[in-house]
Ligand binder design. Structure first.
Ligand code: ATP
Length: 236
């Protein structure tokens, strides 16, 4: 679904990503874990086309390095940024409908059909459909951000630290939903600092440190790796 080879990103003279290789199989979840400032958001922004990069990015077998951000969205790549970027004075439902412009442009499904699907996935959003987004709890806001991205019916969904600032119970709930999304054929690239939760839900994991991939492997294997356990999973 997605293949990144020798990807490099620089902010001016400072290189943030060095020779990154990553592969995401269709219908699977891959996670990139790593400490603050490792370059995780930079990686997503480069794949999305928000940041310029060098190296190869292949999506569904085609090179997309020269494809615009807008075209990548139209091609079915969705990003839920760490900042969530909701419209706080608009209702939950209107925030969701704003996410459907891709389908409308493609002349495909009616936004209302997809709205029903998203409400089925997130009953909490349905209950609160008329509430202003700015008054939602942190967990609900994250659900809304994911729901809005799903309104575009992406084939590849990239999530930037969905667990950030959320209570463990809510993190579990959100990652459970992410895991279910895989059953619909969606491919997910999940960026997380919460390594334990991320490796539980992902099929494959990558460890990014100081702009370089230091390790990768099936999640179960990484979870049992002494170095990963010591650096990212701690005790308990
Ligand atoms: P976090 O988990 O804290 O968000 P991250 O792994 O997502 O961290 P990035 O945000 O990708 O890390 O940042 C990688 C490095 O690039 C950091 O050293 C950061 O300071 C730097 N960086 C990020 N954005 C910019 C920018 N616009 N200009 C200059 N340097 C930047």
């Amino acid at each position: 679904m997605l293949e990144v080879q020798q990807l490099q990103v620089s902010y001016g003279k400072v290189q943030a990503l060095h020779q990154i290789d990553l592969k995401l199989e269709r219908g699977s979840i891959a996670t990139v874990i790593g400490p603050n400032g490792a370059g995780k958001s930079t990686l997503l922004n480069a794949v999305m086309g928000i940041l310029p990069s060098r190296g190869a990015i292949r999506y569904r077998g085609r090179s997309i390095e020269r494809t615009s951000l807008e075209q990548r969205v139209m091609d079915g790549i969705g990003l839920v940024p760490e900042t969530r970027e909701l419209f706080s004075t608009m209702s939950v439902e209107d925030n969701l409908l704003l996410g459907s412009f891709r389908r409308v442009r493609l002349g495909e499904a009616q936004p209302r059909d997809q709205l029903a699907t998203v409400f089925e996935m997130f009953p909490r959003l349905k209950e609160r459909r008329a509430q202003m987004a700015g008054t939602l709890s942190g967990g609900e806001r994250q659900m809304l951000a994911i729901g809005r991205a799903l309104m575009a019916k992406p084939d590849l969904l990239m999530l930037d630290e969905p667990s950030l600032g959320l209570a463990p119970r809510i993190v579990k709930e959100i990652l459970q939903i992410v895991s279910e999304l895989r059953k619909t054929g969606l491919s997910v690239l999940l960026i997380e600092q919460n390594a334990r939760a991320a490796l539980q839900v992902a099929d494959y994991g990558y460890v990014l440190e100081l702009g370089q991939m230091s390790m990768n492997g099936p999640s179960a294997q990484l979870s049992g790796d002494p170095q990963v356990v010591q650096a990212y999973l701690g005790f308990g």
